[in-house]
Design a binder for this molecule. Structure first.
Ligand SMILES: [Fe+2]
Ligand SMILES: [Fe+2]
Length: 290
């Protein structure tokens, strides 16, 4: 049963930090059950055009969280934030182990200098994670369903997805706690979220563009990706994101806040698309009758 906990209260802070600590997974990327891959699967894994970007993003994530953590004065939030920094660093390690083990063409690039305002950098990063994870939920589901790679590899990636889900739940609760303590009400919090999501969207566009440029000439879409792009529909993708988000979020304490904005937009878009489809026979019939 959902217990009402006031956002920004001590009870709220204890709940979201404790949940985060309690659900931490203990593993070492080196000793995960990495499978031996057949040539066909190796070729597929190597053909994925975004490993370089993923590796860089995880290394940068670790750097941002680690740099911001010392500025968090509250000891309970500080401990949880430090754990997130550890997990982001471990994500980068997991990707590095995979790159080396399977001979993927990606290397560590120099990290950009972090901005002076580390808190804004952390908030930008947090909203970026919310957006990436929401879209990632759908992409992960369709890649897994199409058996693009062996299930044993998806089992490993699923750990990473679970941790990213924990991170965004932690972030959303941290933001509500932080803003409430600064006296920001729900409306101003929502406006601020929209603004940061806009910035995250722009960064994602830049990332896709960089991925396309880096992949120039490799023609991923026509070859390997055709396996899971076959029968791709935008509506199906939005549905997968929406459902997977709900499924993954259902694992968390109902007393915690969860990302609401993107699921709400996706839900609205889906209702619109369904209404459009439902009206289709009527729209077709009308010109014929005139
Ligand atoms: Fe990560
Ligand atoms: Fe993360």
């Amino acid at each position: 049963m959902k217990t009402h906990i006031e956002a920004g209260s001590e009870a709220h802070k204890t709940l979201f930090c404790q949940q985060f600590m309690d659900t931490h997974l203990d593993y070492d990327p080196d000793t995960l059950p990495w499978p031996e891959l057949a040539e066909k699967d190796l070729a597929r894994l190597r053909s994925v055009p975004f490993w370089q970007e993923v590796y860089h993003t995880e290394r940068r994530a670790g750097a941002i969280v680690a740099a911001f953590t010392p500025q968090v004065a509250d000891p309970v939030v500080h401990a949880a934030m430090a754990l997130q920094g550890f997990e982001e660093h471990r994500h980068a390690e997991l990707i590095r182990v995979m790159i080396e083990r399977y001979g993927i063409d990606a290397t560590a690039q120099p990290l950009e200098k972090l901005p002076d305002d580390l808190e804004t950098a952390f908030i930008d990063f947090g909203f970026g994670e919310c957006l990436d994870s929401f879209l990632g939920f759908g992409a992960f589901k369709s890649a897994r369903q199409s058996e693009f790679l062996p299930e044993s590899l998806f089992g490993i990636f699923d750990k990473l997805m679970f941790e990213e889900t924990r991170h965004i739940v932690f972030f959303i609760n941290y933001m509500a706690w932080r803003e409430k303590r600064r006296g920001l009400g729900r409306v101003r919090r929502a406006v601020k979220s929209l603004r940061f999501y806009g910035r995250a969207g722009n960064r994602l566009k830049g990332m896709v563009k960089r991925g396309q440029d880096a992949n120039d000439g490799k023609d991923f879409a026509v070859t390997e990706a055709s396996v899971f792009l076959q029968g791709f529909s935008f509506r199906r993708f939005v549905e997968d994101c929406y459902r997977e988000n709900a499924r993954r979020m259902s694992a968390f304490d109902p007393g915690l806040m969860q990302p609401r904005l993107l699921p709400a937009i996706a839900g609205l878009a889906l209702r619109g698309m369904r209404a459009w489809d439902a009206a289709r026979p009527w729209r077709r019939a009308k010109p014929a009758a005139s």
